[in-house]
Design a protein around this ligand. Sequence first.
Ligand SMILES: *Cc1c(COP(=O)(O)O)cnc(C)c1O
Length: 433
Amino acid sequence: MAGMDHNDVLFSRARAVIPGGVNSPVRAFRAVGGTPRFVQRAQGPHFWDADGRRYIDYIGSWGPMILGHGHPAVLEAVQKAALDGFSFGAPTEREIELAEAIIALVPSLEMVRLVSSGTEAGMSAIRLARGATGRKTIVKFEGCYHGHADALLVKAGSGLATFGNPTSAGVPPEVVQHTMVLEYNNLAQIEAAFAEHGADIACVIIEPIAGNMNFVRASVPFMARCRELCSRHGALLVFDEVMTGFRVALGGAQSVYAGLIPGFEPDMTVMGKVIGGGMPLAAFGGKRAVMEQLAPLGPVYQAGTLSGNPVATACGLATLAEIRKPGFFDALSAKTRALVNGLTAEAESAGVPFAADCEGGMFGFFLLPGLPQNYAAVMKSDGARFNTLFHGLLDRGVYIAPALYEAGFVSAAHTDEDIAATLAAAREVFAAL
Ligand SMILES: *Cc1c(COP(=O)(O)O)cnc(C)c1O
């Protein structure tokens, strides 16, 4: 096997038994081309592929690994929990502790329910919003991802404030007929949607800082107006903070908007990623009156064999204990800012059009002259140039998301040396773009 790349070998083995060789599509490198790196192990801010090559990791499992890989306190908590049992199908004290910890950090939450994935949390939150309001219509925004539940796999229809079309085979149009898809940051469209359908809207679900179209902030006037319209029409404002929760700030993106809009709160919040610290764990929560509509108290059914799993909750609790320490987010934000400022400076000196933004430990950059405000503008980013950039960085041991519409993540384990090495790699790659 001399000269054989082990990633190639694994990829062909994988493709024989797993569709596309991957268990989640973006891992397949379809957007950027080439062979996905099969990860052997990870430590701190690095992982090693099947050939033993080391990469600086700016995906961090798409967000959960905010402490970096193999944090000693988290490892210890997980090992200890595993010895006490993997799963019981009966309640545990640790579920209460995690629910209490989440509620203590996010003031808009009075109760939470734990589940196993962000998809499950988003799907359940929508069902609950519909059940609690007795309404059918949900409003989402183009470019926001809320997991792969049928009713959410939908793109905008033609024309203003119309209902959407499925984006996946296997989703009948009837299943998305109550889902409206509007343009992100478009005040006129949300006004029109409520003017026409306000009495039927159960909820507006939004990624407050959208991380599934790279990194796009909801503008303050737009967010304030979403809040007002939901309140006035009796719809629930649902924040999907699966990515931003405990990542952009200790209190999530909602704490950022609460600092900009007096009294601001969403009605419900969907969480995942960081709260599991790398284990399958997610949650949704809100006010008591809404949450008590869930079974076994109320008529909205929701359940899960592995929900509140004892090993996952131990991992989540240990992770939250670390990020709650004083100064954690200041240090993480400073690192992310140093990376983003450095990349911007390198692109500028190479004459590459570039715009970047960050909040806490999450960042995004675009090969565009300015920051986009919606999905259509994001997709104007130069895909061919991005692919050259991606592979240039990968060849130099820097692993960023393999698609231009994905955000990036910095962990507390990234050092100044990691950032400096990343910028040195970027300098070479930008010079050749
Ligand atoms: C990742 C993500 C989800 C889906 O979470 P899974 O755990 O992958 O099912 C939902 N919403 C947002 C905003 C996400 O980033």
